[in-house]
Design a binder for this molecule. Structure first.
Ligand SMILES: NC(=O)C1=CN([C@@H]2O[C@H](COP(=O)(O)OP(=O)(O)OC[C@H]3O[C@@H](n4cnc5c(N)ncnc54)[C@H](OP(=O)(O)O)[C@@H]3O)[C@@H](O)[C@H]2O)C=CC1
Ligand SMILES: CC(C)(CO)C(=O)C(=O)O
Length: 304
């Protein structure tokens, strides 16, 4: 059988980690990155993990945006941060043929629109990652915990392409849940991110345990999650009533963790404020759903 070929857009924590898993699952994995292509090509990618043996792999090809790739990939997987100044539509455009499937492996809600508008005839898949990874230096990634993903076609369904990609992840050891309603999974993940990520920054660098151990902060987290659940319901995505309690219980059981937004803030990098808070607020406004806490978080974070 022909190896599936994958072009990962972005060689950060998520791109390197899941790229390595797809490589272990037998796929041919290349990268397009604005960083040092020679370093990645010559020394490869090293994944250190707190719960499995460290490993190392060499990508098939590494190019800068705009450079020529020797082949047309079956899948292009976007793993950049979702930020207004990163135009991933234009980064991936030269590498698509009519059969290339576009995959967004990123956090946030309502982030698919630029792709569905620019490439209306291309299949689009969304993946949500439940993982804690960070890039230590170019090509060096630390995997701290978890790793499971949920995926499905945007806006809904699970095509044979989605199933093939899921199999490739599973062969590489990634637990993968295929979902007919990936938007529901997006809202579910957003209910966690929209609460913990902004509060961790505004609470001057609080990790998950610090936020949850303070009763007032815990109540705030719960109320923000409630707003997200209510917005989701008004757009036709009913999350289970037990969700908030479950999320809090699961987070209580996690090792104290700094959210990706906090890590970005502490490292002087731009934060995914729109993908995680602003977009949800705009959906709320379109549907006349009150979201005063999200509005406060968004207003404050915009000035950070
Ligand atoms: N890290 C985690 O544990 C989790 C992250 N996520 C989500 O996954 C997504 C990726 O996060 P993460 O991997 O942590 O982020 P990183 O910052 O580690 O990686 C993003 C990468 O994108 C690259 N990039 C920037 N601009 C371009 C461009 N024009 N073309 C190609 N690549 C580009 C950056 O390159 P450079 O360094 O040169 O700027 C960087 O290597 C985010 O949406 C995040 O919220 C979801 C769950 C967990
Ligand atoms: C939920 C978590 C911690 C990893 O899956 C995340 O998405 C983030 O830190 O932004």
């Amino acid at each position: 059988m022909k190896r599936i070929s994958i072009l990962v857009c972005g060689a950060g924590a998520i791109g390197c980690y899941y790229g390595s898993k797809l490589h272990q699952g037998g796929a041919q994995v290349s990268f397009v990155t604005p960083g040092d292509t020679h370093l990645l090509q010559d020394t490869g990618i090293y994944i250190e993990s707190l719960n499995e043996k460290p490993y190392h792999f060499f990508p098939y090809e590494v190019i800068n945006p705009g450079q020529t790739l020797s082949h047309t990939p079956d899948y292009v997987i976007v793993t950049t941060k979702v930020l207004p100044h990163i135009d991933t539509v234009e980064v991936v455009r030269p590498y698509l043929n009519p059969h290339t499937t576009i995959v967004l492996l990123q956090n946030g809600i309502d982030i698919e629109h630029p792709f569905s508008q620019a490439f209306p005839n291309h299949e689009l898949i969304r993946i949500l990652a439940f993982v804690c990874v960070s890039r230590q230096s170019i090509g060096n990634v630390l995997h701290q915990d978890y790793g499971k993903i949920a995926m499905g076609n945007y806006p809904k369904g699970t095509s044979s392409r989605a199933q093939q990609l899921a199999q490739s992840f599973e062969k590489g050891g990634v637990e993968c849940e295929l979902s007919d309603q990936v938007q529901l999974a997006c809202w579910k993940k957003l209910s966690w991110n929209a609460a913990f990520n902004p509060v961790s920054v505004l609470a001057r660098g609080a990790d998950t345990k610090t936020m949850l151990n303070d009763p007032e902060c815990r109540q705030l987290i719960e109320s923000i999650m409630g707003e997200v659940v209510s917005i989701a319901a008004h757009t036709g995505y009913d999350l289970p009533s037990s969700l908030i309690e479950e999320q809090l219980k699961n987070t209580d059981a996690m090792v104290p963790y700094k959210t990706s937004m906090l890590l970005d803030y502490e490292n002087g990098r731009p934060m995914e404020i729109d993908a995680i808070v602003g977009n949800a607020l705009r959906v709320a406004r379109r549907h006349n759903v009150p979201a005063p806490r999200l509005q406060s978080l968004y207003g404050l974070l915009r000035l950070y």
